[in-house]
Design a protein. Structure first.
Lengths: 231, 365
């Protein structure tokens, strides 16, 4: 029997056995990536909206930086976050390196440009005349921005999906700043790398199935909300 | 000095778009309760002027005064909340009709229950009460524009600004909505500024009309007077005068002058000096056509000019261009076209009263 089929069979057994270690890894991945996505939303939505609506010197450069940030490899983010959080680094006193918080920081830095870029595009897609109409109905600038964001909520759900999808599946940054410590910073992706290196393909396949199911469930829920609104 | 009774006034407003085009408004006063239409060809600066009036765009120079106080775009939220504006497109939010109508009230912090009640009343008033729970994106163009008007009127604004609100509607929707809106703003006493390129809309709704051409106000006058007595050739052409000719006054007696136009003698009911060169504007609807043999018997009008039909443009009314020594346009019913057998080359007599030609002294010649 091929290693893949063998692995799939053993993966099913592993999943059905409700191995506490596997479920702990799953839960940690969900927590870390969910928190990072939330942080990215808190940064990226206001930043994207500001870049879309404000006119200031250097705006073009800022938009270019965001677009570049959307394509930055996670391993590069991991390197710089590691340097920042290193014991002798600028933020070393926080003692965050090799903790879930460090992974959250790194993943948030990966997801924030994605959320910012998609928010920027979504808000820019709302017609300028609609913004003018809101002001003409007596909206303050803050009220106008809030309604515009609400108007752009469907494409912005894509920002959530892209942000979460980007960080739940990344490996480089999590490995570098988390250290893949068993029971502490081991996520689905870092565990998969480890098990693959050890030749434990059944465990790696089980983890990959869990990862796929997790990504699918989150995206299915968000897509359901998005499409229900769209129809 | 700005009159204390103006609700909105502009002074020395200037906006420069390019070296070739600038909006320049030395003064414009809007009085409480009136409906004023700003008309003019597309690209003349009407929408920009309306945005300046609505405190949505800052002019390069000049002053906007609301209720006799200078206001700016940056610090104009309180004044803006005494206004409401409707654009050519309904620009509804992706929400229910009821939520859309409540939007401006929510901006003003009106409690939800009051928003719902007032919104329902105004939707009913605009004839779309049954649509309150529909999603705005499912509405037809006419329905959506009614909702947009309800959304503005529910604010009970001191000043309603309308930017071509009927331009995107089909003819039946426009025909129904224009008199309805006119009735509402009259009944409520809402001061209204209507921007339109359609002079019929201005005639139907406005007490006064301001003609804006190439960024400049050419005339601001009572509606009937402006259409009857345009101040310049540009205004005359925009308000539908199709015949503008030059003549020389050859005699004048009291309020009646005899003018030679291309060898034809026209009597006009206006004072002029003999020898004076004048421009005459004649509205097509003031000219009637008759068979040559019947014209004298049919009309007591002082001007009977024999000529030949040059062109008939079908429509209701049809436009008939007659060569009477100069080109003269008459508006006649399709039935008259048929009865008179109007076609190219047909001999005909054009008849109009001495009061029909309007003497233009200003503007280009």
């Amino acid at each position: 029997m091929s290693p893949i089929l063998d692995g799939l069979r053993q993966a099913a057994a592993l999943l059905l056995s409700r191995d506490p270690e596997v479920w702990a890894i799953l839960w940690l991945s969900l927590q870390v990536s969910g928190t990072a996505t939330l942080v990215a939303l808190l940064i990226g939505v206001p930043l994207g909206a500001t870049l879309a609506l404000a006119r200031f010197a250097g705006r073009g450069l800022a938009v270019s930086l965001v677009n570049t940030g959307m394509g930055v490899p996670p391993v590069v983010v991991g390197l710089f976050v590691s340097i920042l959080l290193w014991r002798s680094g600028p933020l070393g006193e926080l003692e965050l390196l090799y903790t879930p918080a460090a992974i959250v920081v790194a993943q948030a830095m990966i997801a924030a440009p994605i959320v910012t870029g998609i928010t920027l595009a979504a808000v820019q897609n709302v017609p300028e005349m609609f913004r003018l109409q809101l002001l003409a109905l007596g909206a303050s600038r803050t009220q106008m921005v809030w309604v515009v964001l609400r108007e752009a909520r469907l494409p912005m759900l894509a920002a959530v999906m892209a942000g979460f999808g980007g960080v739940i599946s990344e490996i480089g940054a999590s490995l570098m700043v988390g250290g893949n410590i068993k029971g502490q910073t081991r996520t689905l992706t870092t565990a998969m790398v480890l098990e693959t290196n050890k030749g434990n393909f059944d465990v790696a396949i089980a983890l990959s199935i869990l990862l796929l199911v997790l990504v699918f469930l989150v995206n299915w829920a968000l897509t359901w909300v998005q499409q229900r609104r769209a129809s | 000095m700005i009159g204390p009774s103006t609700i909105l006034a502009l002074r020395d407003i200037g906006v420069r778009y390019s070296p070739a085009f600038a909006l320049a408004i030395p003064a414009l006063d809007v009085y409480p309760g009136e409906v004023i239409a700003i008309i003019g060809p597309n690209g003349g600066g009407k929408s920009t002027l309306l945005r300046i009036l609505g405190l949505l765009q800052a002019p390069d120079r000049g002053e906007v005064r609301f209720r006799d106080e200078a206001v700016t775009v940056a610090a104009g939220l309180a004044a803006r909340r005494r206004m409401a504006m409707v654009f050519q497109q309904p620009l509804l939010a992706d929400a229910t009709v009821a939520d859309n109508v409540a939007l401006g009230l929510a901006f003003r912090g009106v409690p939800a229950a009051e928003r719902a009640g007032r919104g329902a009343r105004w939707l009913a008033r605009l004839g779309v009460g049954a649509l309150a729970h529909r999603q705005a994106r499912t509405l037809s163009g006419g329905e959506a524009q009614r909702v947009a008007l309800a959304r503005a009127l529910v604010l009970e604004p001191d000043l309603l600004l309308l930017d071509e609100p009927f331009a995107g509607l089909d003819q039946p929707s426009r025909a129904a909505l224009i008199p309805e809106l006119g009735g509402i703003v009259r009944a409520e006493g809402v001061t209204t500024i209507l921007v339109t390129h359609d002079r019929a809309e201005a005639q139907a709704l406005a007490d006064r009309v301001a003609v804006l051409i190439d960024g400049r106000l050419h005339q601001v006058d009572e509606t009937a007077r402006l259409f009857r007595a345009p101040a310049s050739e540009e205004v005359a052409r925009f308000v539908g005068v199709e015949t503008i000719v030059t003549g020389e006054v050859i005699a004048a007696d009291g309020g009646v002058s005899l003018v030679d136009v291309a060898g034809r003698k026209l009597e006009i009911g206006a004072a002029a000096r003999p020898g004076e060169r004048v421009r005459l504007a004649i509205r097509p609807e003031d000219v009637t056509l008759a068979q040559r043999s019947e014209s004298a018997a049919l009309s007591s009008a002082r001007n009977h000019l024999t000529g030949v039909v040059v062109r008939v443009t079908p429509g209701s009314p049809a436009r008939v261009l007659v060569d009477v020594g100069f080109p003269l346009v008459a508006a006649v019913t399709p039935r008259s076209v048929e009865e008179l057998g109007l076609a190219e080359g047909v001999p005909i007599t054009a008849v109009f009263k001495a009061s029909a030609p309007h003497l233009i002294r200003g503007g280009s010649s």
